[in-house]
Design a binder for this molecule. Sequence first.
Ligand SMILES: Cc1cc2nc3c(=O)[nH]c(=O)nc-3n(C[C@H](O)[C@H](O)[C@H](O)COP(=O)(O)O)c2cc1C
Length: 375
Amino acid sequence: MDSGTVDRQCSYGRSSWTFACPSSDAGWRLGLMGMDIVAERLEPWLDEAAKSLEEQPIQLLRRGNTGTTRAADLGYLPLGVGFLVSFTKLDHVMQVLRSRTERKALPPAVMWFFAAEEPSVDTYTTWARNIRHHYAETKQYIPQIWIQVGGSAVAALELAQSDAKPDALVVQGSDAGGHGMERGASIVGLIPETKSLFDRAYSGDRRPHLLASGGIVNAEGAAAALCLGAEGVIMGTRFLASPETIVPHPEYRERVLAAKDGAQSTIRAKVFDELKGPNIWPAAYDGRALVSKNWRDMHEGGVPIETIRESVAKAAKDADGGYGIGSDRAVVWCGTGVGLVNEMKKAGDVVVEVREGVSTLLGTLRTNVDSVHAS
Ligand SMILES: Cc1cc2nc3c(=O)[nH]c(=O)nc-3n(C[C@H](O)[C@H](O)[C@H](O)COP(=O)(O)O)c2cc1C
């Protein structure tokens, strides 16, 4: 892959180590840092995260234990690293992990995989095997493997039972911001069907945790996902309005904060990946972003992609980088929940607010249901 191709794909909002550290503790919340497609920041970001975590006590919020600990005592960094496995070279990742082990640096708690070409099982299995083998040999903590799968309960079960042996399966619904499966459904259908397949396939034996992603931006969404059968939730779009997340231009954030009516203001399309050259994503994927002049040009105006690309290149030279509402040419990836993302909030505060909100909501729901039964 040439470096031009790489540059084209890097204008993606992304969580860095500055996001992952304050979002995590050693219990119920985990911050993930997403690697770009070449994962060139893997080593520096992990080193920065380790340095930051060494200096601060980590809250233990598991099974009623509310004390603190240190990363060194845990044996891992309480954060996850996400890889887009179609693009990132596994050899490069392994080289970085080996170099860190030689320096006695701590492994991350979780490795997250996404975006494999279909059929995906072999690719995910190769990644999982290599990473687990390395840490088993070096007798370090073996990171959990989380795989994000979209659009199919059957595909989720196939991956769950594969040799990739994921510790968690993240089932991504079509409301999700950024890339996902072109064919799919919301988590309302996907999660219960996946859970029902898991219930039938596993009889008491260890099964991967089921996590929901796509459209969840607040406590209501998270509580709903848990009621649907998920054991945890993933949020992406909500954190675009957190100061720790890197966005390619301040106007990106402004557009997210200003967006209303996410079901109408966002759309899934492939055109978002064709604006700077041919689409390099595997065929089964598209992405959800704010509806833009580019989308309208292509889907309503029949404008040829070459002409759209010229407009995009011209707008990129403007002061707003093409992200401003007037220009509207750069891609603002976000999910349908964007209409509810109206204020900036620190990532750690978002997670605490959602968790506490879920607890209150489920308590209220129970009281309401009980009172209906009693009457
Ligand atoms: C700006 C943005 C960037 C994303 N980047 C990645 C990525 O690099 N790797 C990945 O696995 N998923 C990525 N995702 C998708 C998330 O993993 C997740 O599926 C999605 O954010 C969940 O839906 P939500 O945005 O409605 O919360 C991204 C999503 C957004 C909005």
